[in-house]
Design a protein around this ligand. Structure first.
Ligand code: HAM
Length: 423
């Protein structure tokens, strides 16, 4: 019989095997965040719709087409979070964090929601790892952020990703650049998609971010001929940009200037960056971010600079799985009991589980069936509680990696396992 319900379009279930891979990735990320001194912020999954409309930009795809917007029973206009930054900054102001210290390093992880056409690596509910460094306008802050961004990917095992960087200047210089871009694209207007024609009027920079194949062909042909945003930025923004590039060089971070990098949200100023992988096709951005010096002021706070990024965990995990980067699993122990040792083994297993991942039979199955399960489980260690050894206070320990088997005193078993796992 077909099940009556399915997960809503664009959402998915993570079954235990897949969740285990996610946990490996998450715990590696936690280690990096800890070492960089970042603290966790947990904010609500929904906020006032206005908060997002105001910060992401009225003309952005996120606001125009992708927001899960709803009115609650108290007639409040709310939206499921399409990203973390706006909510984190709202909380930053609400709790007066700016008054407690000058610089804040914050991370968040969890589900975000965007209504779009689902495809490989694009979902309606997906997960982001989001980081923000609030309170410093110094180029060193951008460099720290990009370095954290890259180090997270390295901790996940990626060695060949290059971070793309650009400067998107300030709203004023962006308008000037928009005019230049509009003029440069005008002769090709007829070949652009409807969306891009509309964007060319309202927010021409968005054309550079189009995923439409026709648009990509037009942009591809014009590569190298379109004006560069960096040529319109102010002298201060240019100096900031040069210092960021110097810092990236000093930190040994491989990067590439991408004049077409514009980002999909409106709050960015100065530095913008992204990491892509071609295997994900048009949805190739694994993560991205940038500086947003006007955002907190826009939310009614004092002028406070900030820089941050978000990594799309679903895409990152897809790629990690494809490349076999998530196979690490803790060494497991499988305990096999005989009729005469079954009840004694229960306490031993409970004790071992304080330190190790342990599997053991719960159905009083025979020796052969237990050995078969142990073989299938892939556990590295096999502990066989034979009746004669048990009487001598021993068990047999087999290390499947070396094939070696020996008798071990029960009281020394946990330490023996720990030594071998760390060795
Ligand atoms: P964003 O570029 O909109 O930035 O999203 C970051 C990442 O989320 C993307 O690079 C992508 O990997 C992932 N992503 C976006 N949409 C989807 C989707 N529908 N399905 C799966 N993954 C997706 C932000 O959200 C900014 N708040 C980043 C930031 C933080 N900037 C400053 N601070």
């Amino acid at each position: 019989m077909a099940p009556r319900h399915q997960a809503p379009r664009g959402t998915r279930d993570l079954l235990p095997e897949e969740s285990a891979r996610w946990r490996v990735a998450e715990s590696r990320a936690h280690g990096v965040l800890e070492r960089y001194g970042y603290g966790e912020m947990r904010t609500p999954m929904f906020e006032d719709f206005e908060l997002y409309a105001r910060t992401s930009g009225e003309s952005s795809d996120v606001v125009q087409k992708e927001m899960y917007r709803f009115t609650d029973l108290g007639d409040r206009e709310l939206a499921l979070r399409p990203e973390f930054t706006a909510g984190v900054m709202r909380a930053f102001l609400e709790h007066g964090l700016g008054g407690r210290a000058r610089v804040h390093r914050l991370w968040s992880m969890g589900s975000v929601f965007r209504y779009g056409r689902p495809q490989k690596g694009r979902y309606r509910q997906f997960s982001q790892l989001n980081c923000e460094l609030v309170g410093s306008a110094a180029p060193g802050a951008d460099v720290e952020m990009i370095s954290l961004f890259v180090d997270l990917y390295e901790a996940w095992g990626f060695t060949d990703l290059t971070v793309k960087v650009n400067s998107v200047g300030q709203p004023g210089s962006r308008r000037e650049y928009g005019d230049r871009l509009r003029a440069a694209l005008a002769p090709h207007f007829d070949r652009l998609s409807d969306d891009s024609r509309r964007r060319l009027e309202q927010n021409p920079l968005r054309v550079l971010d189009s995923k439409d194949e026709g648009d990509l062909a037009v942009l591809g042909k014009l590569a190298g001929k379109l004006p560069h945003m960096l040529d319109t930025v102010s002298a201060e923004d240019r100096a900031h940009w040069d210092a960021v590039l110097d810092g990236l060089g000093a930190a040994g971070i491989r990067h590439e200037v991408d004049h077409g990098l514009v980002r999909g949200l409106d709050y960015y100023t100065r530095t913008a960056f992204e990491v892509h992988d071609a295997s994900l096709g048009a949805q190739s951005a694994l993560g991205g971010g940038g500086r947003y010096d006007g955002l907190i002021e826009q939310l009614g706070g004092p002028p406070t600079p900030g820089v941050g990024f978000a990594i799309g965990l679903d895409r990152t995990l897809l790629l990690m799985e494809e490349r076999g980067l998530t196979t690490e699993s803790p060494d497991a122990v499988c305990v096999v009991a005989m009729d005469g040792t079954r009840s004694g083994v229960i306490a031993m297993v409970r004790e071992l589980r304080k330190r190790f991942r342990v599997e053991s039979d719960i159905e009083a199955r025979g020796f052969g069936a237990q050995m078969k399960s142990a073989g299938k489980s892939g556990a590295r260690f096999l502990v066989i509680a034979g009746e004669d050894e048990w009487k001598r206070g021993e068990v047999a320990l087999k290390d499947s990696r070396t094939g070696e088997q020996k008798a071990v005193k029960r009281v020394a078993l946990a330490d023996e396992l720990a030594t071998r796992m760390n060795g």
